[in-house]
Design a protein around this ligand. Structure first.
Ligand code: ADP
Ligand code: MG
Length: 214
């Protein structure tokens, strides 16, 4: 089952995987109300079952409340074409209004079930924000893989290996280890077959945050 970003982030919150505050909206007015609640710089994000929204014009940073209503009004009802939607695109029925993030680094974190071995493969990369298939094709050495035996589950040393591989330092290591362990718990308990955080970001303040989720 495919779920939208805002639904994945609701699940993340339950499992304490850090995400930014956000509110889903179905009209320009709802988007305006949401932005009022959040305050400050917000991002209007189209909720469609496809990635590549940023490059396709479906993710907009907005600095004033009036612009939020206008931007959401423009995006809602439009057919968004990204390299993942196919040429027909997908109609945007909901937008997610999310706090703006001060991004220092964009990383990648994903988990999937490897049917052949029935193990979970965790993948991490310093090349966040671009498609992992592209990283795999061009610079496979930049993807760190870790297999997890479901019988014993994710151990802290697995998560630490991934955090070090991402070049994290100081407090970010502990934050990332906790995030990876909590994400694994969410992945397992919801019986998911795939989860992808792209990008996983390090904020200007050094926090580790799941900025996209699917
Ligand atoms: P997609 O993967 O569909 O393109 P993302 O959620 O990954 O959509 O967003 C695309 C890009 O937009 C991200 O890589 C990031 O640079 C930026 N972005 C997304 N959400 C925010 C946010 N809340 N604050 C600031 N920038 C964001
Ligand atoms: Mg993304």
């Amino acid at each position: 089952m495919k779920i939208h970003e805002y639904q994945a982030k609701e699940l993340f919150r339950k499992y304490k995987v850090p995400v930014l505050e956000g509110i889903v909206a179905r009209s320009g007015d709802e988007a305006y109300q949401a932005a009022q609640k959040l305050g400050g710089v917000v991002v209007v994000k189209s909720q469609i079952h496809a990635g590549g929204r940023g490059l396709g014009g479906g993710v907009k940073v907005v600095k004033s409340m009036e612009d939020v209503e206008k931007m959401a009004g423009e995006i809602l009802g439009m057919t968004l074409v990204t390299h993942q939607t196919g040429p027909d695109g997908k109609e945007v029925k909901r937008v997610y209004i999310e706090d703006g993030c001060d991004i220092a680094r964009e990383l990648y974190l994903g988990m999937l079930v490897d049917r052949a071995s029935s193990q979970v493969t965790v993948m991490a990369s310093t090349e966040g924000g671009m498609e992992i298939e592209e990283v795999a094709a061009k610079t496979p050495e930049k993807i760190i893989m870790q297999s997890i035996d479901p019988a014993t589950g994710m151990q802290a040393f697995h998560a630490r290996k991934l955090a070090f591989g991402l070049g994290l330092k100081g407090k970010q290591i502990g934050s990332a280890v906790k995030l990876i362990m909590d994400l694994y718990k969410a992945f397992n308990e919801t019986d998911a077959s795939m989860v992808e955080i792209n990008p996983l970001v390090i904020s200007g303040a050094g926090e580790v945050i799941a900025l996209d989720a699917k």
